[in-house]
Design a protein around this ligand. Structure first.
Ligand SMILES: Cc1cc2nc3c(=O)[nH]c(=O)nc-3n(C[C@H](O)[C@H](O)[C@H](O)COP(=O)(O)OP(=O)(O)OC[C@H]3O[C@@H](n4cnc5c(N)ncnc54)[C@H](O)[C@@H]3O)c2cc1C
Length: 360
């Protein structure tokens, strides 16, 4: 019997486990595949909502709290495990669009460093980009991380700290008596704990018992491609409309992403490949002679207004939910995990938990 049983070993489940394990509690994670292989693996790893000025304050609250701890979290995991999650302060160039005034105002109001780079500066500093005819915003405080390295490091860290993993084991359903969950039904066994936390990403609603109000979480497919290492990328992320290019430390360039409602189909398509490749090549003309060497897709757990559910699930007295982070699950994960632990441990939280309830 564990103190806490987490269903889902994506970034949200892993960081929730880390927060709970810190208190000396016994923690286990049930994962139907291997940890960090679903949306978390597919993510670009931008440590900011792409356009924070378009998001509501509950999203920005957990995002900014998380941004403050990411560098230290990455260093801690590297030191403890030898796996480097590759936190990189790349900065973000936001090419001109009609949100410029709104974006500038948001950055100023939120103490987020921002500069308007004139055309001359842009074309000399970003010489591999296509010639630009409009000024652009430069946000120097935006960082990136490699999500699959982050989840690999976290898994190693948690195993070393004694967290139990039930890998390749699907939680079929929750077993209950009255208002208490008494176990999680796996294929051949039942695992029990004092508290149960659903961190199943896009699959989370499938595990919520009928007696509970249903969270609105639906899968939204995102496809990405990657170019092999070149010397043309400078270390700055570039965002143009809804598309972006993320530089990696080794010179690779990750290009994202699509937004598709395909239910639970996470297959890649030639159409998206061509679209993303075309976008990257018009932005960086030198990529015209280079073929992407990777293409993948993942299912984002979307939720109304992109506000995740981080709450207890009534009428049960020992069931909670931490899911629905949509496009921001990597950047918001540390603060989401901390808030979940605050709720479970009856601690005062740094942020108001009300906006993250199912019945909000
Ligand atoms: C293309 C793309 C790009 C993205 N880019 C970014 C970005 O740059 N920055 C950012 O912040 N966010 C980004 N995101 C969003 C981010 O990836 C997600 O919000 C985040 O990974 C969600 O984490 P999660 O742990 O909730 O879900 P997941 O990573 O999907 O993990 C859920 C886990 O639960 C397991 N599970 C589900 N049901 C069961 C069950 N019944 N039994 C056992 N296990 C179960 C699954 O196997 C899975 O491992 C991106 C997403 C995509 C798809």
């Amino acid at each position: 019997m564990f103190d806490f049983l987490i269903i889902g070993g994506g970034i949200i489940g892993l960081l929730t486990a880390k927060e709970l394990q810190k208190t000396g509690a016994t923690v286990a994670i049930i994962e139907k595949n291997s940890p960090g292989q679903q949306a978390t693996w597919a993510a670009g790893g931008i440590l900011s909502p792409m356009r924070p000025w378009l998001y509501s304050s509950p999203v920005n609250a957990i995002s900014s709290l998380s941004q403050r701890v990411y560098q230290q979290l990455s260093s801690e995991l590297y030191e403890e495990t030898g796996t480097d999650p590759e936190w990189l302060l790349s900065g973000m160039l936001v090419l001109y669009d009609n949100e410029m005034t709104q974006a500038l105002r948001w950055c100023e109001q939120n103490d987020s460093p921002v500069e308007v780079l004139p055309v001359g500066t842009l074309n000399s500093q970003f010489r591999h980009l296509k010639p630009l005819a409009q000024p652009a915003l430069y946000r120097s405080d935006v960082a990136t991380i490699k999500p699959h390295k982050l989840s690999a490091a976290l898994t190693q860290y948690l195993i070393a700290k004694g967290v139990s993993f039930y890998n390749a084991q699907e939680a079929k359903q929750l077993v209950s008596t009255g208002q208490s969950i008494t176990g999680v039904q796996l294929e051949h066994s039942i695992v029990s704990a004092s508290e149960y936390i659903i961190c199943g990403g896009a699959w989370s609603p499938l595990l919520i018992p009928d007696a509970c109000p249903k969270p609105i979480i639906t899968p939204v497919k995102g496809q990405m491609i990657c170019f092999p290492p070149t010397d043309i990328a400078n270390q700055c992320m570039v965002m143009d409309g809804n598309r972006y290019i993320i530089p990696r430390k080794d010179g690779r360039m990750v290009v994202g992403s699509t937004r598709e409602n395909t239910h639970f189909d996470a297959s890649t398509t030639q159409e998206a490949f061509n679209d993303l490749k075309g976008f990257a090549q018009q932005l960086y003309p030198a990529l015209n002679t280079i073929e992407p060497d990777a293409h993948w897709a993942g299912l984002r757990p979307s939720s109304p207004q992109s506000i995740p559910y981080i709450c207890r699930v009534e009428p049960f007295n020992n069931l909670s939910l931490n899911a629905g982070h949509y496009r921001n699950g990597i950047v918001t994960a540390p603060a989401s995990a901390e808030l979940m632990a605050d709720i479970l441990l009856n601690r005062t939280s740094k942020i108001d938990p009300a906006p993250y309830k199912i019945t909000r």
